[in-house]
Design a protein around this ligand. Sequence first.
Ligand code: DC
Length: 244
Amino acid sequence: MQAHRLRREDGRTPGNFAEAAAHIFAVNVPAAHRVVAIDGPAASGKSSVARELAKQIGFDYVNSGAMYRAVTWHVLQHAISPGDGVSVARLLEASRIDCDLDEDGSRILIDGVDPAEHLREDRVNDEVSLVSSIPRVREILVAKMHAYASDRNVVMEGRDIGSVVFPETPYKFYIDASPEIRLRRRIAQGQRDRIAVRDRADSSRRASPLVVAEDAHVIDSSNLTVEGVVGEIIGRLKLKGMVI
Ligand code: DC
């Protein structure tokens, strides 16, 4: 195992054998670089906040929801039932999934195809919760998320980034908003998205459900602008000692 994998988020190397062993055998490989985790339910405003935050603090922006949406689109393209976990897992294991970055943030190519323009289609909105509840799908994509943070600082948004993907990061935020405001935001984006249904599915699934991580700072964005939320997050990051 490389030395940098053993470095803790606070920059110290593990001090004793037990601590080193805990790092070596940890299920979640700690990020070598800094990760700001932005979690929250659908249409809570977390994408706009995460993107703007990344720009202001000079980190790369990773949208993990887009990764789940991309594999959902791929599954539908292959006419595989999203409820058939075995076939979905088999398809993904046989597919080439490349994750990289462009000037706009994270990008995913599946078997060489960039599905970006399809990610907000109704059929993807309708099935993404089911596909993302399959443990093997999560395993494959979480490995890609760890890879993003292995050699760069990232702002990563999703549902379980602070609770499961990077539990060791000290920088965790949970963005929420009232159901009425969230629905209004989706309609303003011209989307038909049954967010209440998705929220229920994302919160009640067995594998890494949407939860507020114990040490996350919760922000209700209902009456705040994107700039307001970003300002609050930057204030917290500085309080935690991040030099920005
Ligand atoms: O953030 P979003 O609405 O684009 O996410 C789409 C779906 O992906 C969401 O309904 C659940 C799933 N998802 C997940 O399970 N875990 C994540 N870290 C991010 C998204």
